[in-house]
Structures are given as C-alpha cells and as structure tokens.
Design a protein around this ligand. Structure first.
Ligand code: ADP
Length: 725
C-alpha cells in the first residue's frame, strides 16, 4: 500500500514536473518566435543601412575622385603632410620635379624629401652647403611658414612654396610655378632700365641741347637788345623788337619744357639750404620790375613784420614757383597792381612756420570752370582776352609740382575782370639768419611823410614805420605833400611817379620851400644822378625791403646835415655830399668765357662811369680779383679750367685770409641750372642773374652795389628807360 501511495505520489510529482516543462517549452518557443521576428526586422534594417553606406561610400569616392581630379588638373603642386611631416597625399605636379623617384610619394617625410632634393640635384641650392640648406628649410617648415620660399630647380623652373598649417596640425603645401612671372618681371625690369636710360638720355640731351641753344640765343637776344639802343627807324625797331621778343619767348619755352621733363622724369631733387625769403622775393620783383613798369603796374611786397625771413628750403625752386606766379600776375594784368603778401603761423614751438604767400593781381581773372584746368600741363584759358598772351601752359603745372614736392599746397581765387589771387603755403623750418638785426630808428626821427599814388604801397610802408614808432602821414600826390607842409617833418619818403609831379620835381619844390630834412626817393630805376646828388636825395630801389628802409633812415643824419649845409653853399658840406667828384670809378670784373657774351656785356655797360675788366675763365678771375679788388664781380658759372663756383670759393678764401671786405659776386647762370641755385649760393656767390644777359637787371645790380665813395656810375644823360628801348 505504501508502495502504491508512493507510486501515486511520484506520478503526481512527475505530471506536475511535466506540466511545468511543457509550460516552459511553450514560453521558450514564444520567445524564439519573438526573437526571430526581431532578427528579421534587424536584418532589413541592416540591409537598408548597408545600402545607404554603399551610396555614401560611392558619393565619397566620387567626391574624392573629383577633388583629386581637380587637384590633379591644377598645374601647380599640391601636397598634404601630417603633423609629423609625413606626406599624406600629393598631386602629380608636386611630384613632377622628382621625375618618378619611387621613394617620393605618400609616406615620405619632409626631411627625407629635402635630402633627396639635394642628393638628386633637383633644387639649385647655389653656394649653400647641402646640410645648411636642409637645416634652413626644416627650420622654416617647423616654425613660421608665413613667408613663402622661392626655389630654383635644376631646369631653370622657379617654384614658390606657400605652406599653411591646417587646424589639426597637418600642413598643406602649394608649389607654384612662377617661372613665367619671374621671366616677365626680369623682362619688365630690363625694359624699365632701358626706358629709364632713354629718359635719362632724353633729359641729358634736353639739358645739353637747351644749353647749346641758349648760348647762341643769348647772343641773338643780347645783340638785338644792343641794336635796339641804336638809331633805328620805325620799321627797323619793329623788326628788332620782334627778334628780341621771339628770342626771349623761345628761351622761356626751352626752359619750361626742360623743367617739366625733369620733373616728369622724377629727376627734380630739392636742395634745401638756408635762404632769405624776403630778399628772394625782392630780387624776383627787381627782375620782373621792368616788365611791370612798361605796363605801368605797381609791384608791391607786403612781408609780415613779425615773420622771420630766413628759412630752410630749396631757394631755387621757391624762386621758380614765385617767379611763375608773379610773372603770370604781371602778364595777365593790364592796369592796377600786383601784390605779393607773405604771412605765417608758427608751428612746432616756432622752429618752423607755416608760410602763406599770395600773389594778387587786378588782371583779367579766370573763369570758375577753368580754375582746375589751368594747373594741368599745357593748359591755358582759351578765350579772346586770354590768348593774346604768350606762354606754354606749363608754368602752373611746374609750380604745382614744385610746391607739392615741398609738401605744400597751391590754390587760386579769381573773379573774371576783377583779378586773381594765387596762394600757396609751405611749412618751412626757420633758418639761422646771419644778418645783423634790423636797424633801430634814430631818436631824431619822429614824423615821416610817405608820398605814393598807390594806397597799398603807402600802407605797407606806413605799417613798417609805425611798428618802429614813427608817425606816418600818407600823401597821394605832390599836392597833398605840399598841402601838409613838410617843413618840420623828419623824413620825406617819395615815390618817383606821383600823379601830378615826378619825385625829383617834388623834391626840388620842397627844397625850394625850405625843407632841409632827408628825402628818400623810392624808385624802380635810378636816373638823373646829378640832380639827386644836388638835392641830397637818397634813392631806394622799389619795392623796398624793410631792412634797407630802416637802415637808410638810421644812416640819414649825415646826409641830412650835409643837405642843409649844402643849401647854404658851404663848400665843405658840398664835398661831403658829393665826395664822388674826387673819387675813383667803380671797378667791375666780369668773368665770361663766351666771346659774344663779353661783347654784349661790354656794350651794355658802355655808357657807365665804371672800370670794367674781363676774365675769360675762373683762374683769370681770381688773378684779376687779387690784382684789382673790384667792387662787384659778375661771374659766369660754367667756364673752362676753373668754373665760377670754384673761382668764387677761391676769392672768398683770399678775402678771409687778407681780411678784405666782402665783394659782391653775381652769378650769371643759364636758367637750366636753377636747380643748382643752392650750390651756387653755397659756393659764396651773393646773387644770380639768368641768361640771356638783361641790361636792366645788370644795371640794377650795379646800382645796388655801387660804393657811395665812387663816381656815380650813371652819367647825367643816362636814362634807364632809354636803355630798355
Ligand atoms: P602760361 O602762362 O605759360 O600760359 P601757366 O601754366 O603759367 O602757363 O598758366 C596757365 C594759364 O592760366 C594761362 O595761360 C592763363 O590762361 C591762366 N592764368 C595763369 N595765371 C593767371 C593770372 N594771374 N590771371 C589770369 N589768368 C591766369
């Protein structure tokens, strides 16, 4: 029984276990089915991913192939290196110079590649030692790649290496074939050298030619001027005037073209030197005075009293710019005046000045639309009023270039029919003046009468004298002077050309009326020397520099006393007044190698009471100086053996050694050499005159330098006006 129960128990346990088993088997099979489904889904997904991957891969391959195709089509080399300098990829152009060397390709290091370049002679390293060359290249490779490196290959090809570091440390290297560029550059350089040489040759040719043309032209103009002085009938005079003016016009043209071509070829260099701006302006005015006088124009200078006079700049070029502007102002003005005004503002603690110079005229004016035009090359105002004037249209273009070159600026304000004002500014360092300070006004001088028809002229002198605490009475005419009764006035300053009376006549009238004080005659050309002497008149060249005016007044008393006593016919005083009667003649030495010029010069001075000696070269000039100690020397600059500059240096040396007084030396130069002004003045010359020799300019110089102790150089019947023909 027990066994049966045991069996039943076991059977029950068995069937229970069976049930559990089959339940487990069922759940397992369910799970399997589920997993199978999942696997199926995954499989589908994988296939899809694979397909996409394949597409992407394909696209990538295409992109890569395109990229490389593109990179391959570039004629320049292209390579990429990893951060260790190992080549990752390179196009065929990059590998081309290695001519199929198997070792050179992806995998090679930069250092190995350089070594091969040297070993195989691929790169022309010149005289550099191979290891140095490699070291240099490696230093660059590992350091700063900013500067491209140019290599020359064995076959003459030039390669420019432009390398750049990428973000991840790779290096992208471009090797550009610049052989053609270099070749073209070399060609261009050669062409430029050739062009520059041609330009230099042209400039030299122009300079030589203009000099060569100038020499005979000087003869033509000079002789014409002399011929004009002789007795001629109307027709002959017309011919000779035409020869003269054509010759002069031709010379201006040659000079302009020459200057412009110099500036064009950038051959215009500035030679800064200390110079006296006020004096330079007066000298230009002196030279242009005759032309202004012919037209009855007043040429005035208003130089700011407080402005320094000495500056550092190229004096020749400043003169040239001013001569152009003042020359134009005179040319385009039929009546009225031309005023040159100079003012300035200190800059940099007064070590420099911003100098403003304006040239104002009362001429024909310039239409507004032409204002820019006239500064261009060969540009002129083309209208009826304008074109009766000669000119090249280069003057203003040259002037503007010069002023711009000096860091300045030029402009013009103009009104048609009223006048023009050309202005420019230059910032110039103030130079050390070697001149003594301005003369102090003497105590006896208090009241001054200034008689001049021109208001501006009166005002300028008034301003200058008022600054010196003198009371100035302005008079417009002789009548006004007489009405003011000059007796009791300390100084009488009179212009030669008053509307109602000449200066000398007025002087005579006031002397007759009992005025015994000093009379200063402001004149553009000295004349009637005996009369001047008789009346005890002091002459000053117009426009007067304030330095000369002040010193004239400061040195007046002797003359004043002499004049008073002379009126009393005191023979002693008369002698004081006219010491010339017992004096020697002024001695003038002229050094000039050209025979025609000597002839012209001698003829021009024929009528003067002077002793004239000639030297035909610098050596003779120095000898003549030592022997004669002339009062004035005219010195040609280009002469054989010893030139004018050297001769002057030697003369200055003799003066210094022997303690002689300074002898005025005037350079006679061709205009072409204005650039040499600085060197001319540096050689010790005091002034210069340009050729062709102009009689009035030479006479004015002589008048300015004539010693008071000498016989008057201008004889009684001498008329400057006549000399001008
Ligand atoms: P040029 O005087 O030789 O003709 P510029 O270059 O000096 O040449 O001057 C160019 C032009 O500008 C002149 O021809 C003239 O028409 C005009 N011009 C220059 N200065 C003046 C002036 N002060 N008044 C009127 N017109 C002027």
């Amino acid at each position: 029984m027990a066994a049966e129960r045991l069996l039943e128990l076991k059977q029950a346990e068995l069937s229970d276990a069976n049930r559990k088993l089959s339940a487990h088997a069922r759940s397992l099979s369910d799970e399997i089915v589920e997993k199978r489904e999942e696997t199926e889904a995954l499989k589908t997904q994988t296939v899809q991913v694979m397909e996409k991957l394949e597409t992407a891969n394909h696209a990538m391959l295409i992109a890569e192939r395109r990229l490389w195709d593109s990179v391959e089509t570039i004629q320049d080399g292209f390579a990429v290196f990893d951060p260790d300098g190992v080549m990752i990829a390179a196009n065929s152009a990059y590998l081309l110079p290695f001519d199929g060397l198997e070792a050179v390709g992806p995998g090679i290091s930069y250092a190995e590649m350089l070594a091969l370049c040297v070993e195989e002679g691929i790169v022309d390293i010149g005289n550099t030692a191979p290891k140095d060359w490699i070291a240099g290249m490696m230093t660059r490779w590992q350091g700063d790649l900013a500067v491209p490196r140019v290599l020359r290959l064995w076959n003459g090809v030039s390669i420019k290496l432009i390398d750049q570091r990428a973000r991840d440390g790779d290096t992208v290297s471009l090797a550009l074939n610049i052989t053609d560029t270099i070749r073209n550059e070399a060609k261009l350089k050669k062409a430029r050298h050739r062009a520059e040489a041609a330009n230099r040759a042209k400039s030299a040719f122009l300079a030589n030619m203009s000099h060569e043309i100038r020499t005979p032209m000087n003869g033509v103009v000079g002789m014409a001027e002399l011929l004009a002085d002789t007795d001629l009938d109307e027709e002959q005079r017309l011919y000779i005037e035409t020869i003269k003016s054509s010759g002069e016009a031709l010379l201006v043209l040659i000079n302009d073209v020459l200057d412009y071509s110099k500036i064009e070829a950038d051959k215009l260099t500035l030679h800064p030197a200390v110079f006296d701006l006020e004096r330079a302006i007066h000298e230009i005015v002196l030279l242009l005075q005759p032309t202004a006088q012919q037209k009855n124009l007043d040429l005035l200078v208003d130089y700011d009293m407080f402005l320094p006079t000495h500056y550092v700049a190229d004096p020749g070029r400043v003169r040239q710019a001013l001569t152009n502007l003042i020359g134009n102002a005179i040319k385009f003005t039929a009546e009225g005046h031309v005023v040159i005004r100079v003012v300035g503002l200190p800059v940099d603690d007064e070590t420099a000045q911003r100098v403003h110079i304006s040239v104002e005229d009362t001429g024909i004016g310039i239409p507004p639309e032409m204002v820019d035009h006239i500064f261009g090359e060969f540009n002129q105002v083309e209208d009826e009023r304008n074109r009766k004037f000669e000119g090249t249209g280069l003057g203003l273009a040259i002037t503007r270039k010069i002023i711009t070159l000096m860091g300045g600026e030029i402009w013009v304000d103009s009104e048609v029919g009223v006048g023009s004002s050309f202005g420019f500014f230059l910032t110039l360092p103030v130079g050390e003046a070697d001149e003594p300070p301005l003369a102090v006004m003497p105590d006896w001088a208090d009241r001054v009468i200034v008689a001049d028809a021109q208001a501006i002229n009166r005002q300028i002198i008034d301003k200058q004298l008022s600054m010196q605490k003198l009371a100035v009475l302005q008079c417009r005419s002789g009548e006004e002077v007489l009405a003011a009764n000059p007796v009791g006035t300390d100084v009488l300053l009179i212009d030669t050309n008053l509307p109602d009376i000449t200066g000398i006549e007025l002087a005579q009238t006031v002397r007759d009326g009992g005025f015994g004080g000093p009379i200063i005659l402001l004149t553009t050309a000295p004349g009637q020397p005996d009369k001047i002497m008789e009346l005890g008149i002091r002459c000053l060249q117009k426009p007067v520099r304030r330095r000369e005016l002040f010193s004239a007044i400061a040195t007046l008393p002797a003359l004043q006393n002499a004049a008073i006593e002379f009126r009393g016919s005191d023979p002693v005083a008369a002698e004081n007044l006219a010491p010339a009667s017992v004096a020697r003649r002024m001695r003038i030495l002229a050094a000039e190698d050209n025979r025609t010029n000597r002839l012209v010069f001698a003829k021009m001075l024929k009528a003067l009471e002077i002793d004239l000696t000639f030297a035909t070269n610098g050596r003779e000039a120095v000898e003549a100086f030592a022997a004669e100690q002339p009062d004035l020397i005219f010195m040609d600059i280009s002469m054989p053996e010893v030139d004018g500059k050297e001769a002057t240096r030697q003369i200055r040396k003799i003066e210094a050694e022997q303690g002689l007084k300074h002898t005025a030396i005037v350079a006679l130069t061709a205009h072409a050499m204005t650039g040499d002004d600085a060197t001319i003045l540096a050689a010790g010359l005091d002034h210069y005159l340009t050729k062709p020799l102009k009689k009035d300019a030479i006479l004015a110089r002589i008048a300015a330098e004539a010693p008071e102790s000498c016989v008057p150089v201008f004889p009684q019947d001498f008329r400057l006006a006549a000399a001008q023909g």
